[in-house]
Design a protein around this ligand. Structure first.
Ligand code: ADP
Length: 465
């Protein structure tokens, strides 16, 4: 199949979040499964030689290559993209984001024709590329070049929708008839994510459970209605994990490498972490790790409510992350109160993250909602047992057989489940079995890419209807 991936960020060229990991890893797997893939993204300021090999195709289009032969085309426009940030700066979102990403989406479609890439599938991601399917079904509807092209739209987090004021609508070049409740309008504003949902042939999100959740009022951020209307076209595919980066056997950041056959190194990594964190070395006390944004989405509201009680339990806690100031302050207070129990690192630190995944016994991720989640998948590979709230990708990957799960979102349930985990930890033999089982789980990209190919093929079936 010929697949064009349109995304506003792609590893290794530009990244602000998990979206870039997916759009960087999925094409590589698709290529190794014999699919013909290209990627189209904006050229931001940081995409420069010599950091990357870049060739010129046209005055406003350059390209690089990843994998064996995947061309990554960069749409250039200095006024729009030659900036440090992708979507904004310290002052907030860039004011011209609608101009920037409508231009990008339309230029991407034009480019397909110019390079004669008659895609079977255009795979778009999040609000930034959501206008490509919109344009395909409106401005380009009668253009024979795109006759056989179908679209799939992936929602990575429905909390981010690309909302713009109605006054900006003329910039889109679309007839006003598309500004209504059934298409691009959302409570008087333009909603680009909604456009992607309405105009794409197939919609998916990054876990099966999140695909169902976003069709409910609780998780849908106002788009549950439009998603429910299209429920037969909404799917969920878990993201994979890049095991070349997250591998305790080869990890360069950790004190000692280890494997499921030889767990000796994990004990050393725990000692190393305790020493970095100034926590007393106590083998019988479980070490709980958190690597996360300090945000309500990640469960910090119930964690903050329960933290005093949790610190009085028989455990040690290491927290790495930044986020909302109020959670910084609450956790800082706890460090003052329980300095021998909790160690706090308010920063982004990749090396320390690796050390926490390797050196902890339990990985705490009580997210209120979680489209997919990577932390729990990484923890598994390092033999660190996840404790999670049953939601989204966490519900699809963690269960009572391989971790600890609570299903009512409140501080009491969180505390109860931590208590359960502490009791389980006390049974050394059973714990070792749990660790061994966790390390065997496989969430590689290969499995996910095969599912995407099935979805693309489904998309082709629609064509024959
Ligand atoms: P989200 O993308 O919603 O923040 P995920 O669980 O999908 O959550 O991915 C988070 C990724 O970012 C994980 O790889 C995690 O290890 C990493 N991460 C989060 N916070 C930090 C931090 N402070 N330092 C280092 N890595 C972090």
């Amino acid at each position: 199949m010929k697949i064009a991936i349109c995304a506003s960020e792609v590893v290794p060229f530009a990244k602000t979040g998990g979206l870039a990991d997916v759009t960087g890893a999925l094409p590589l797997e698709l290529e190794s499964l014999n699919q013909e893939v290209i990627i189209i993204m904006p050229r931001y300021k940081a995409i420069q030689e010599p950091k990357f090999d870049i060739w010129r195709l046209k005055p406003d289009v350059s390209y690089s290559v990843i994998g064996k032969n995947i061309k990554v085309y960069f749409i250039e426009d200095d006024a729009y993209f030659n900036r440090d940030g992708l979507y904004g700066d310290k002052a907030g979102d860039y004011k011209d984001n609608l101009d920037r990403f409508s231009y990008y989406s339309r230029r991407a479609l034009e480019l397909l024709k110019e390079i004669n890439f008659s895609a079977d599938i255009i795979h778009c991601h999040d609000w930034q590329s959501a206008l490509a399917p919109v344009y395909l079904k409106t401005l380009y509807i009668d253009n024979p070049f795109y006759k056989n092209t179908r679209t799939i739209f992936t929602i990575h987090n429905i909390g981010y929708q690309g909302l713009f004021s109605q006054e900006e609508f003329p910039k889109l070049g679309l007839d006003w008839k598309f500004f209504n409740m059934e298409t691009l309008e959302f409570y008087g504003k333009i909603n680009l994510l909604k456009g992607g949902i309405v105009f794409s042939d197939i919609i998916n999100t990054v876990s099966p459970t999140y695909a169902k959740e976003i069709q409910t009022k609780e998780f849908g951020y106002g788009l549950e209605g439009i998603l429910t209307k299209r429920k037969n076209d909404v799917f969920g595919i878990l993201n994979g994990l890049d095991y070349s980066i997250w591998n305790p056997e080869t990890d360069k950041y950790i004190a000692k490498n280890f494997s499921k056959k030889d767990l000796g190194g994990k004990a050393k990594d725990r000692e190393d972490l305790e020493s970095i964190c100034n926590l007393p070395e106590k083998k019988d006390v479980p070490l709980i790790g958190i690597v996360s944004r300090l945000a309500e989405q990640k469960g910090f509201d119930i964690l903050a409510q329960g933290i005093d009680t949790i610190c009085r339990m028989n455990l040690h806690l290491v927290i790495l992350g930044t986020g909302d100031l109020k959670y910084h302050l609450i956790m800082q207070d706890m460090v003052k109160k329980y300095p021998k129990v909790i160690s706090l690192h308010l920063k982004f630190d990749d090396a320390l993250a690796h050390k926490i995944y390797a050196g902890s016994d339990i990985f705490l991720m009580p997210s209120r909602y979680e489209p997919c989640g990577l932390g729990q998948l990484i923890a598994f590979r390092y033999g660190t047992i996840p404790l999670v709230f049953k939601t989204g990708g966490l519900a699809d990957t963690v269960n009572k057989e391989n971790g600890f799960v609570f299903d009512k979102y409140n501080a009491q349930e969180l505390i109860k489940t931590i208590d359960k985990a502490l009791s389980a930890f006390a049974d050394k033999k059973k714990w070792q079995q749990l660790v061994a089982k966790a390390m065997e789980l496989d969430f590689s990209w290969e499995g996910s890419a095969k599912k995407y190919i099935e979805l693309y093929a489904k998309n082709n079936l629609r064509l024959n209807r």
